[in-house]
Design a protein around this ligand. Structure first.
Ligand code: NAD
Length: 351
C-alpha cells in the first residue's frame, strides 16, 4: 500500500492511497480539526481523473468544517473519496484497504456513508479501523440518518417560519416539497402532521401517486413545480436548483429543505435576499444527519435522547444565522459562513 501526502494550502492533511492488491485508489482530506476530529462521509465515484477527485474531496471536506461548526457537533471537517465505478470496484479487500488508509490518519479523520457507500461496505472498513460511524444500532452505531435529517429539517422550517411570520405554527402554511425520497418523504409526512398543506413533486410518478393517495397531498409535475404559489419551498432532491433561471419564478416567502448545495453560486443567496425571500442555509437545516452520527462519539456512546436534544438546536443555530444576517446586512448563506468562522476562531484563541 502506498500512501502519499499531497500538500494543499489551507488543509491540515490531504493524502492519496494506491493499493495494487485490492485496486484501491482513494483520497482523504482533513480540512480543519480545531473543533474536534474531522468527520465526513466516504464517497465512491467514477471520477474522470485524480484531479477531479481532489477538487471534490477538498471542497466537501471544507464544507463539513462549516457544517459541523454551525451545528455544534464538536467535530471538524474531512471527507474521503474512492475513485472507481460503483458497479465494478467494490470488494471486501478494497474496503479493508480503505480502513487501513483511514487508520493512517490516527483518528483525525472519521468516516461515514456517502454516495454509493452503504452500511455493508462500512462493515468491511471497520475490520481494519475503529474510525467508522454510521453502522446499525445493533452494531453500536446510530443507524440510518435520513429520518433524523427529515426531523431536523422540520425544526429548521419551523424556526424559519417563526423568524418570517412571528410564529413557528405551520398549520395552514402551504409547503412545496421537491423530491420525496428518504428525507423529503418523511419530512412531508411530519409537516402534514403539523397541519401544513403539502404539494409534492418528484421524477418518480408512481411514488408520487402512492404518497398522495396515502397522505392526501397535492402534486405537481416537476417541470412546472415552481409555478405553484406556496409559502415555503423545500428542495429535497438535488443541488443547484436555486439559480438565475429559477429565482425569477419563485413566489415563496421561505426556502428551507434538505438538498445539499442548493444555491448554484453563493451570490444567489444575495439575489434571494434582495427579492425578500428568507433562505435557510442548506447545511444548517440538513445538519441532523451529522449531528446524529456525531453523537456516537459522546461519552457513553450513542444515546438517542441526547442526539435529539442536539438536533433541536438547529432552531437556535438558524436564529443566530438570521440575526447575524440582519445585523450585518448580508445574505443568510454568508452569515452562516461568518458564524462558522467565528466559532472556529474562538476555539483557536488561547484561554
Ligand atoms: P433520495 O435519493 O432518497 O431522494 C431524492 C428524491 O429526489 C428521489 O425520490 C428522487 O426521485 C427525487 N428527484 C431526483 N431528481 C429530481 C428532480 N429533478 N425533481 C424532483 N425530484 C427529483 O435522497 P435523500 O437521502 O432523501 O437526499 C435528498 C437530498 O438531501 C440530497 O441532496 C442529499 O445530499 C441531501 N441530504 C441528505 C441527508 C440524509 O440524511 N439522507 C443528509 C443531508 C443532506
Amino acid at each position: 500500500m502506498d500512501i502519499t501526502d499531497i500538500p494543499v494550502e489551507g488543509y491540515e492533511r490531504v493524502a492519496r492511497c494506491r493499493d495494487e492488491a485490492s485496486g484501491l485508489h482513494a483520497l482523504i482530506a482533513v480540512h480543519d480539526t480545531t473543533l474536534g476530529p474531522s468527520l465526513g462521509g466516504m464517497r465512491l465515484w467514477n471520477y474522470e481523473s485524480e484531479d477531479e477527485a481532489l477538487v471534490d474531496v477538498t471542497r466537501l471536506a471544507r464544507g463539513m468544517t462549516y457544517k459541523s461548526a454551525v451545528a455544534g457537533t464538536g467535530l471538524g471537517g474531512g471527507k474521503s473519496v474512492i475513485v472507481g465505478d460503483p458497479a465494478e470496484v467494490k470488494s471486501p479487500a478494497l474496503f479493508e484497504a480503505m480502513g487501513r488508509f483511514i487508520d493512517d490518519f490516527g483518528g483525525s479523520y472519521i468516516t461515514a456513508e456517502d454516495m454509493n457507500i452503504g452500511i455493508a461496505d462500512l462493515r468491511h472498513v471497520k475490520k481494519t479501523t475503529d474510525h467508522v460511524t454510521g453502522l446499525s444500532r445493533e452494531e453500536g452505531g446510530s443507524g440510518n440518518p435520513s429520518p433524523y435529517t427529515a426531523y431536523g429539517c422540520v425544526v429548521g422550517i419551523e424556526a424559519a417560519a417563526e423568524w418570517r411570520y412571528g410564529s413557528a405554527d405551520l398549520s395552514g402554511k402551504h409547503v412545496l416539497v421537491q423530491g420525496v425520497g428518504a428525507v423529503g418523504g418523511e419530512m412531508a409526512r411530519l409537516l402534514k402532521e403539523r397541519g401544513a398543506r403539502i404539494t409534492i413533486c418528484d421524477i418518480r410518478d408512481e411514488h408520487v401517486a402512492e404518497l398522495c393517495a396515502e397522505h392526501g397531498y397535492e402534486s405537481v409535475d416537476d417541470l412546472v413545480h415552481l409555478d405553484v404559489d406556496c409559502d415555503i419551498y423545500a428542495p429535497c432532491a438535488r443541488g443547484a436548483g436555486i439559480n438565475d433561471e429559477t429565482i425569477p419564478k419563485l413566489t415563496c416567502d421561505i426556502i428551507a429543505g434538505c438538498a445539499n448545495n442548493m444555491l448554484l453560486e453563493p451570490r444567489h443567496g444575495e439575489v434571494l435576499r434582495e427579492k425578500g425571500i428568507l433562505y435557510a442555509p442548506d447545511y444548517v437545516v440538513n445538519a441532523a444527519g451529522i449531528i446524529n452520527v456525531g453523537a456516537e462519539r459522546l461519552p457513553g456512546g450513542y444515546d438517542e435522547e441526547q442526539a435529539m436534544r442536539r438536533i433541536n438546536r438547529i432552531a437556535d443555530n438558524l436564529r443566530e444565522v438570521f440575526e447575524l444576517a440582519e445585523a450585518e446586512g448580508i445574505a443568510t448563506n454568508r452569515a452562516a459562513e461568518h458564524l462558522a468562522e467565528k466559532r472556529i476562531a474562538a476555539a483557536r484563541q488561547p484561554c
